[in-house]
Design a protein around this ligand. Structure first.
Ligand SMILES: Cc1cc2nc3c(=O)[nH]c(=O)nc-3n(C[C@H](O)[C@H](O)[C@H](O)COP(=O)(O)O)c2cc1C
Length: 195
């Protein structure tokens, strides 16, 4: 079966480019690319993304959208163009990383316009795969937080297709054989390929 040519964008909210989160996101992208998809990845640490200023300019200004002029403009354009996005964050103190939180807050200017006079229902919600990596090998430990994050992303009008939780202690993600197999399967289901 021929795979669909999809545009899949990965966002990595860890400073560690060879860390666990980057490994998981990059592995899905790599497999999706092998299946014929167009892929690109962004490390938030490389981008200038300022925290939300809470000015409500996105809701009350002359034009819909965030008033801040930084790399988030490029990120918005990439998300709009993508068929699916992968958002990966390490778990810090039971929550997403600071980089991921800044990104989520900034998304609200564009993707949660329900409270805005510019609101238009999107005909199709953007597909999102949420990735969390954590030190604790018990992946059920932080489940309420992951469920809550999924809900927040759905409020931001994404369709959260899957939430991947990779728990490891003293083992790098790339050394876990089960993760190699799982990410390959996830990429195939995303691009519509049969294994
Ligand atoms: C500041 C900090 C806080 C952390 N808090 C948690 C935590 O609450 N629960 C947990 O299981 N792991 C925690 N960890 C471990 C990381 O989630 C884990 O090592 C993760 O895979 C790191 O991702 P990275 O390699 O992409 O940076 C923490 C790590 C750091 C640096």
């Amino acid at each position: 079966m021929e795979s669909k040519k999809m545009k899949i964008m990965g966002f990595i909210a860890s400073a560690r480019k060879t860390g666990n989160t980057a490994w998981v996101v990059n592995k899905i992208l790599e497999c999706a690319k092998e299946n014929g998809s167009k892929t690109e990845r962004f490390y938030f640490n490389d981008l200038d993304i300022k925290p939300c200023q809470g000015c409500f300019g996105c809701k009350t200004g002359q034009n819909a959208g965030c008033v801040l002029r930084d790399d988030m403009r490029q990120v918005f354009a990439v998300i709009v163009d993508a068929d699916a996005i992968i958002l990966g964050s390490p778990l810090y103190m039971g929550q997403m990383s600071g980089q991921a939180k800044i990104f989520m807050d900034r998304l609200s200017s564009q993707f949660m316009p329900r409270f805005s006079p510019f609101y238009k229902e999107r005909p199709k919600k953007k597909k999102l795969i949420l990735v969390f990596t954590q030190g604790n090998p018990d992946t059920s430990m932080f489940q309420p937080y992951y469920d809550y994050t999924k809900k927040m992303l759905e409020m931001l009008e994404f369709h959260v297709e899957l939430c991947i939780i990779a728990g490891m202690r003293n083992v790098a993600a790339g050394e876990k054989e089960d993760l190699h197999i799982e990410m390959k399967k996830i990429a195939s289901s995303l691009t519509g390929d049969n294994l």
